[in-house]
Design a protein around this ligand. Structure first.
Ligand code: NAP
Length: 296
């Protein structure tokens, strides 16, 4: 199909991710209008056929579908404020990170100006935009998702609609993303430990990947325990993890590592044991996390 028959799309915000989104739309033949606060970032996309709008109002007016990719919701609303009148009747899709409250506030602002609103999250890096297995999920106006799903699938083949609530993508973004930093810090600590023995970080990657696969395999069982609130038949107990925590100090001393980041995790385990979860499944930590400041 030629570009003339494809849905025109506007992309506002041309950082690493926004540029990748605009490029994917261009590659798929969508007439693409772009805007960025720092105009120079539009140049590579203009070279590929994008139209560079001088203002956000002109950018919004150019397409029925407007995709934004600024850093935060507040920046998105600030950048679109001069374009508010042009939003009426258009579909606005925000693809930045942020809190569920930020998504709700942005939805209310956009709907107040007559836009149809969908919020989404790209669950991958810019280089993966457009790949068949790249995951994006969305929450908000179902009509927008239905109408523009073929366009949005250009950004990633694994495109999922979560439901009518505009904050669902932000909620899942934060809920799923919670594993990222602990997992990465754990990997970096391991890299430091093997380097302390003159081995390379690369030598452990294959084993770490297997470890992540094991973690993948046990998540459904933990989710079932948590959803049933049934922790009494543990494959791995809180006490087992507490015993393992003893070895952290040994490794820290032997490899001369800063492992202070483990301290809050050990504290969480102790509070779970104090609350009577010692012989329960490790997933019972969820109950402690549900009760900030008091025993579960
Ligand atoms: N990069 C990733 O790996 C990745 C992966 C998944 C999700 N995301 C999410 O995608 C969003 C964008 O990330 P990014 O990596 O593209 O960030 P980035 O490269 O830092 O780009 C940020 C963009 O926001 C614009 N911006 C910031 N403040 C602004 C303001 N007050 N008014 C107007 N424009 C403003 C910047 O404009 P200027 O060019 O003028 O500074 C730029 O276009 C973030 O929410 C991020 O969490 C990123």
């Amino acid at each position: 199909m030629s570009g003339q028959h494809r849905t025109p799309v506007t992309v506002v915000g041309l950082g690493s991710m926004g540029s990748a989104l605009a490029e994917a739309f261009l590659d798929a033949g969508h007439p693409t209008t772009v805007w960025n606060r720092t105009p120079a970032k539009a140049a590579p996309l203009v070279a590929k056929g994008a139209v560079h709008a001088p203002t956000t109002a002109a950018a919004v007016a150019a397409s029925p579908l407007v995709v934004t990719c600024l850093t935060t919701y507040d920046q998105t609303v600030a950048a679109l404020a001069p374009a508010a009148a042009a939003l009426r009747g258009r579909a606005l899709v925000t693809l930045n990170s942020g809190s569920p409250a930020g998504a709700r506030e942005t939805a209310a602002w956009a709907q107040g100006h007559g836009a149809r609103f969908l919020d989404g999250a790209v669950k991958n890096v810019p280089a993966a935009v457009g790949a068949e297995d790249t995951l994006l999920y969305y929450g908000g106006d179902e009509g927008v998702f239905e109408e523009f799903a073929p366009v949005l699938r250009v950004l990633g083949g694994d495109t999922v609609y979560l439901g009518e609530d505009a904050d669902l993508a932000a909620l899942y973004e934060m809920a799923v993303g919670g594993t990222l930093l602990p997992a990465l810090v754990g990997f970096f600590q391991g890299a430091a430990a093997v380097q302390a023995r003159g081995l390379t970080a690369a030598s452990m990657v294959r084993f770490t990947v297997k470890w992540f696969e094991m973690i993948n395999s046990i998540l459904p069982g933990f989710a079932d325990e948590i959803d049933r609130g049934a922790y009494g038949e543990p494959a791995s107990s809180v006490n087992m993890f507490l015993e393992g925590a003893e070895h952290d100090g040994d490794l820290a001393r032997e490899a001369n590592l800063d492992m202070e980041w483990h301290r809050p995790f050990h504290d969480l385990l102790r509070r779970a044991a104090d609350a009577g979860h010692g012989e329960h499944s490790i997933s019972a930590l969820t109950e402690v996390l549900k009760n900030p400041g008091r025993a579960a």
